[in-house]
Design a protein around this ligand. Structure first.
Ligand code: NDP
Ligand code: N5H
Length: 258
């Protein structure tokens, strides 16, 4: 019996920058479950990365579409192209966030208006803009999954502006779940433990953050892209059909600690 029921389902994966991306972990897990993947990327410099990575997946070539989520025009064009190519979609993995480097250190109180606007636009508002466009293509129901971090629930050193952006994202998940449930579209998030990706690069203290998890988290180890990917596959699958507006922590249990 195929409990996942993902074979041939069209899932849009947004936010593959390279092979370390959490989005790539999600893509591989969904591919193994038999889903048909559509990739979106922002910067032109990353188009080649996404092409090369998607070519490593067996089977037919994936559709790859540009989408800078700060642009309404890009989002509209992107989902129009996807509609032309595949018609119906069944899921979207939203793996996108950004904050200026200077807003990820020092005091949160020093955050600028422009930095705040940019980070909240890319990291939080984009989920709503994407959900609205995706809803039109989810004619058979669907599942939307985004990625969040513990720093949106409590103060985590240096996460600063991103913590406020994730809090907005987390609330957006609940309001979107409430709006879209009547169309059989579910909206959930995964709160991932720290994973060394391009975004995490250059973040001071990352090694000590990973070490702290190894010492204190209930599972006494860090999590991997594969583990987050498999949880996303669960959230896209029929196995999670009764779950919406939820945040699942894939963090070795670290969030339960006081
Ligand atoms: P990556 O650097 O691999 O991915 C971040 C992605 O965001 C990139 O593909 C980047 O594309 C994309 N992005 C940034 N700005 C835009 C934009 N304007 N339009 C479209 N895409 C954009 O890092 P991760 O895999 O770590 O990050 C994925 C998600 O996981 C993020 O939401 C992050 O907050 C979350 N997360 C990460 C954790 C970690 O420890 N790594 C822990 C918990 C959550 P481009 O470079 O083309 O702009
Ligand atoms: C407590 C921490 C460590 C400190 C905070 C890190 C926050 C990182 C998230 C944001 C999204 C990183 C970011 O925007 C970096 C950019 O300023 C510079 N990088 C880039 O532009 C690269 C090239 C592109 C690909 O990156 C993006 N985002 O476009 C949190 C960590 C323990 C966990 C973590 C790393 C969480 C998270 O949300 O990613």
């Amino acid at each position: 019996m195929d409990l996942l029921n993902l074979k041939g389902k069209n899932i849009v994966v947004m936010g593959v920058a390279n092979q370390r991306s959490i989005a790539w972990g999600i893509a591989r897990s969904l591919h193994d479950a038999g889903a048909n993947l559509i990739f979106t990327y922002a910067g032109e410099r990353l188009e080649r990365n996404v092409q090369d990575l998607s070519a490593t997946l067996e089977g037919k070539n994936s559709l790859i579409v540009p989408c800078d989520v700060t642009s309404d025009e890009d989002i509209a064009k992107c989902f129009t192209k996807i509609k032309e190519e595949v018609g119906t979609i069944h899921g979207v993995a939203h793996c996108i966030a950004f904050a200026n480097k200077e807003d990820l250190k020092g005091d949160f109180v020093d955050t600028s208006r422009e930095g705040f606007k940019l980070s909240l636009d890319i990291s939080a508002y984009s989920l709503t803009a994407v959900a609205k466009a995706a809803k039109e293509l989810m004619t058979e129901g669907g599942s939307i999954v985004t990625l969040t971090y513990l720093g949106g629930e409590r103060v985590v050193k240096n996460y600063n502006l991103m913590g406020v952006a994730k809090a907005a994202l987390d609330a957006s998940v609940r309001y979107l779940a409430n709006d879209l449930g009547q169309h059989n579209i579910r909206v959930n998030s995964i709160s991932a433990g720290p994973i060394r990706t391009l975004s995490a690069k250059g973040v001071g203290d990352f090694n000590s953050i990973l070490k702290d998890i190894e010492e204190k988290a209930p599972l006494r180890r860090n999590v991997t892209q594969e583990e987050v990917g498999d949880t996303a596959t669960f959230l896209f699958s029929d196995m999670s059909r009764g779950i919406t507006g939820e945040n699942l922590h894939v963090d070795s249990g670290y969030h339960i600690l006081g």
